[in-house]
Design a protein around this ligand. Structure first.
Ligand code: KG4
Ligand code: ZN
Length: 352
């Protein structure tokens, strides 16, 4: 049974961090040792529940988190074979995300930290996604360019040192995952739409429909997916109004190609401009095979290497939060008891 290393062990080689993540529709807890070793990674997904409504219903998500959070934390400790008293810190997502959902994880983490007299470390969810790569590829070091692309965010970053982020570009409207999900819904596909579109795309022609590639030629690293969303929805409505049959595999493949093209091209262009040879991909959309392949191929032609986490660490999980929290903890960062949920938190905002 693991024992607490002591708060004075700020080198934290073996520090045991409990991560808690409840920003959207996964209730997750994980114990990570030394920022590298995942001792447990428990994820209770609410996807089946929200699928009935075609997307996440915030009030239902909060209520479900309340039911699940303690059993999930207990299971994470049990699977890790770690006693509560052995924890060196509790890391928790405090934003961005759904306010009610965030508050469940945050209140739990605060109560536990207070009761255990253990440090509390607030973690930005987007930073967590970046650290999923640190867990899986511990030898990869900055400088590098990182694309974090998810249901709620699309950020392109230059990272000189972990923990210090230069935002090169971000979406001006919808996130890439949001575009996948919203168009999938119009096509009558299940939530979440990204994996459904990816599955259908394997049987379709990516050149069948010439969907717009937002800001592709513009002199910016920002992204825009709302034009693509409108074009795809109009396309579907027009076909339906004509009474014709939809070729969903072709639509899925063409849509995926439009999203992948712009993500891969801008990411590689940024890496080239910043003179780096390493690219990280993270976030739920990072699970997309076409994106992984296109990015690897395009970057490979320029001698760059692309890294991404396994699929379970791409989508929301608490191991990435524990890992990001570990590095903040060993730098001596602590969050105050007044730490509040920050639904609109962005990467680069002052640390709480
Ligand atoms: O990181 P994540 O689990 O939650 C957020 O922080 O938003 O990402 C969820 C998003 C959803 O939009 C989902 O459709 C998308 O990631 N996604 C995918 C794939 N797997 C998940 N999108 C495209 N292809 C996939 N294979
Ligand atoms: Zn996420």
């Amino acid at each position: 049974m693991a024992r607490r290393q002591g708060i004075s062990n700020t080198l934290g080689q073996d520090a045991l961090i409990l991560g808690i993540e409840t920003s959207c529709d996964e209730t997750a807890a994980s114990v990570v040792q030394g920022g590298r070793k995942i001792l447990s990674n428990v994820i209770a997904s609410q996807v089946d529940l929200h699928r009935l409504y075609g997307g996440v219903v915030p009030e239902i998500a909060s209520r479900k988190h309340i039911e699940l959070i303690m059993p999930v934390v207990d299971l994470a400790l049990q699977e890790a074979d770690v006693e509560l008293e052995a924890l060196d810190a509790i890391a928790v997502t405090y934003g961005p995300g759904l306010v009610g959902a965030l508050l469940v994880g945050l209140s739990t983490a605060k109560a536990m930290a207070l009761a255990l007299d253990c440090p509390l470390v607030g973690v930005n969810h987007i930073e967590g996604h970046i650290y999923a790569n640190v867990l899986e590829h511990p030898t990869v070091e900055p400088p590098l360019v990182c694309l974090t692309v998810s249901g709620g965010h699309t950020d392109l970053l230059y990272i000189d040192t972990y923990g210090d982020y230069e935002i090169l570009g971000r979406t001006r409207d919808d996130a890439a995952g949001e575009a996948f999900d919203k168009i999938a819904r119009v096509l009558g596909l299940d939530y979440p739409g990204g994996p459904e579109i990816a599955r259908l795309a394997t049987g379709g022609n990516p050149e069948a429909i010439d969907f717009p590639r937002g800001l592709m030629q513009a002199d910016t690293y920002d992204f825009s997916f709302s034009g693509l969303k409108t074009a795809a929805i109009n396309y579907v409505h027009t076909i339906r109004q004509r009474g014709d049959e939809l070729n969903t595999p072709d639509i899925a493949a063409s849509l995926q190609a439009a999203i992948v093209d712009v993500l891969a091209q801008k990411t590689v262009a940024a890496a080239k401009a910043y003179g780096v040879k390493t690219i990280l991909l993270s976030g739920g959309v990072g699970a997309n095979e076409a994106l992984r392949n296109e990015l690897t191929k395009t970057a490979g032609c320029l001698g760059m290497k692309v890294y991404y986490p396994s699929k379970v660490l791409c989508t929301d999980n608490a191991a990435m939060i524990a890992c990001a929290g570990h590095y903040r903890f060993i730098r001596g960062e602590r969050s105050p008891w007044s730490l509040n949920a920050a639904p609109q938190l962005r990467l680069g905002d002052p640390v709480a």
